[in-house]
Design a protein around this ligand. Sequence first.
Ligand code: B12
Length: 359
Amino acid sequence: MFLLFVRSERGESVIFFDQLSDAIHAAGFDAFAIMPATPLEKFLSVLKEARAEKRYPAFAHQDLEKRINPQAFQPSARSIISLAVSYYTGDPGPTPTLHGTVSRSAWGRDYHKVLGERMDRVIHFLREHCGAQKCTKAVDTSFLVDRAIAVESGLGYPGSNCAVYVPPFGSWVFLGEILVDVELPITKSPWDDHWSHPINCDACVRACPTQALFAPGKIKPQRCLSYLTQMTGPIPEEFREKLGTRLWGCDTCQQACPINRKIGPVSDQDFDPLVGPHVPLLPLLAMDKKEFEETYGQTSMAWRGKNVLQRNACVVLGNQGDPRALDSLEGTARNHPSPTVREAAQWATDKIQRRTNQG
Ligand code: B12
């Protein structure tokens, strides 16, 4: 147990480091690391290379200098607490026919809300006991690069699938960070550089169905099945069969990882499945906006709205080829207000009919 001297505008306060650590764990985080709020210079070249090679993600903020600069997010920030929560609550098992697979990260309550609430508890502690005045939380939707902060702070290591691994939880962790206007102690040893010890294996690269992952640590997001389930508009034809039974997200590159396959499940009520792991597709196709909100509104898969999921449901039904889906698909192809969903339903109808006629 060591003492923590915290310097802030309000003077110096002393607490035990274990108290901070206990508060973070009591708030619901499985692991954390602390780094100074200085720019992540080393990561700028990774972002620039991704952009130069036309594989910079469309969903991500486009100002690269800003993305590596914590002060652009909170000018008074002096420290960053990088945080992880495990969401590995069990195995999905095989997908039944007329059902779609939901990736693990979307089974339970929306992780943005869960981590946000837990961060509020940590912020309360920082204000009460560490002299912090300004704290800013981020998870996923800010311009900061959550993974780069996690590696730079020493919280985890980069995997070949681009995910950050936080021992002993593997890569099945959500990441977030709190920027604080006090100097907290850095938790990484000065000689330890987690960027130099990436996880060295290419099982995920070999497993990726679309070669989106084409080399260790390199991904073409436009080909990633997770991206394709989240994009708006029609899913390009070349990827539709590759989507298989995936209704939302893709876990293939994480599932293929020998490290991840050894991870035991955690118990976290927030991430117990609200929907999924397998979702019945015919009821989903018949849903109106209100029913959709009631069923999926608490999960992170609702952010793109009903039509994107209904489009995906059509593609999955087409891939499964079960003729019991035909009535519902034909009705959707005729009557759905979205041209994208109508087109996907027609694609699936044709595919099932071709298969039925052949068989
Ligand atoms: C845009 C985005 C996407 C895009 C693009 C993904 C991507 N890889 O860039 C899409 C929609 C495809 C996507 C998918 C997923 N995402 Co996403 N996504 C983001 C977002 C918003 C920005 C990511 C970004 O800036 N990428 C830029 C590129 C350059 O960074 P990167 O590839 O991730 O960086 C790694 C590599 O460059 C690698 N690296 C660099 N040099 C080298 C060298 C070597 C040798 C090696 C091995 C590695 C390596 O290290 C970096 C860190 O690991 C973040 C949230 C955020 N604000 O940061 C979440 C985030 C990355 N996503 C997350 C999740 C959970 C997912 C999915 C698992 C969801 C799912 N089940 O479908 C998949 C995983 C896909 C994958 N293999 O990356 C988590 C990741 C948690 C973790 N443990 O890593 C994040 C951090 C959200 C969060 N706060 O928890 N996502």
